[in-house]
Design a binder for this molecule. Structure first.
Ligand SMILES: Cc1ncc(COP(=O)(O)O)c(C=O)c1O
Length: 343
């Protein structure tokens, strides 16, 4: 058997055929390529899936974070607390919004933002906090007395619709649980005004009378992307269930690996365990593995100026995390092969 991959997008594309080609043909025939009827329909369907009133589709997950922050009124000098263990875009979006990211340490067991560390990072300039549902594991929502923006880029289907957050930012990067065939993202919220403002900001803030009340830019959404995501959305619940099945098999086969606790809403965007001697362990496995992520934000050279306090738990995660093969199209034989090699 060929090496089992961490993820295989060619299988995904094959699984979505022939629906995908038909949907693309429909977009081409309609002759509307950006922010048209497919986007509107996808927004309605994704908001319903999330149990929120609005989804506003934008150009990427990074843009979803940035535009949500701008719409929340964040600007120069304002501080936003982010976990030190996350994908770099969480912090990049804060900087792009004109604000200052403040790194706080994460929980040893889950890699989610540690509410105690987050509380310790609060200053009189703190204006928001971004818990990240890393790897698809539902993070704690800290109560810091400031608005919460959830980074749900890795967590389609994992969020609590009743969580006290202002909005959630999703990515539809192709490997995500709901992944497209290009870039995309969405701001999901119950706040009518916030949704309306993000909708305006995504398209040069083009208003009535040729007026542009805000300086913003282009964060429009492709109709082909929307059509592809509508197909993926219909399978998302089943895909997430399959990911949970894969992870359950690995966890049963190797109970001594450093697993996060069980959580009923974990959607296993990545099936990650902690392994102390990671390099040797990876080298000895006959299947592909990945690292998400090899550096905490405190260890990123471009972000040094934002480091205020040590984040040892985040750096320990960076040193030990390993991602195992986990995607909905993985075969039973491949799961068994990984399980055998884990024992
Ligand atoms: C946790 C997290 N936040 C934000 C992003 C940014 O999403 P995108 O790549 O769609 O801009 C990603 C994906 O890369 C992510 O994993």
């Amino acid at each position: 058997m060929a090496t089992v991959p961490v993820v295989d997008l060619a299988r995904r594309a094959a699984a979505l055929e022939p629906e995908l080609s038909a949907a693309i043909a429909e977009v081409l025939a309609a002759g509307v390529f950006l922010l048209g009827p497919q986007t509107a329909a996808f927004e309605e369907e994704f908001a319903a899936f999330c149990g929120r009133r609005h989804a506003v589709a934008v150009a990427s997950g990074t843009e979803a974070l940035r535009l949500a922050l701008v719409a929340m009124g964040l600007g120069p000098g304002d501080e936003v607390i982010v976990p030190a263990m996350t994908a770099v875009p969480t912090a990049a979006a804060v900087v792009a919004a004109g604000a200052v990211p403040v790194f706080a340490d994460v929980r040893r067991d889950t890699a989610g933002l540690d509410p105690v560390a987050a509380a310790g990072a609060v200053t009189d300039r703190t204006r928001a906090v971004i818990p990240v549902h890393l790897h698809g594991f539902p993070a704690d929502i800290p109560d810091l007395g400031v608005p919460v923006l959830e980074d749900a880029a890795q967590a389609h289907g994992a969020l609590d619709p009743a969580a006290p957050s202002v909005a959630a930012a999703y990515s539809f990067y192709p490997t995500k649980n709901l992944g497209g065939i290009g870039d995309g993202g969405a701001v999901v919220t119950d706040d009518d005004d916030l949704a309306a403002l993000v909708r305006e900001l995504r398209n040069h803030s083009r208003g009535a009378d040729y007026d542009h009340p805000h300086v913003t830019g282009n964060s429009r959404f492709s109709e082909i992307e929307a059509a592809a995501l509508r197909i993926g959305l219909r399978r998302l619940a089943a895909d997430n269930a399959r990911r949970r099945e894969v992870a359950a098999a690995y966890r049963a086969a190797a109970p001594d690996l450093g697993w996060p606790p069980d959580h009923p809403r974990h959607v296993y965007h990545l099936c990650v365990a902690r392994v102390p001697d990671r390099d040797a362990w990876r080298a000895a496995r006959p299947f592909e593995t990945g690292i998400h992520y090899a550096r905490a934000l405190t260890q990123q050279s471009g972000y040094r100026r934002y480091v205020r306090a040590a984040c040892p738990e985040a750096e320990a995660w960076a040193a030990e995390c390993v991602s195992l093969p986990c995607f909905p199209e993985i075969t039973d034989d491949e799961i068994e092969a990984v399980c055998r090699a884990l024992q």
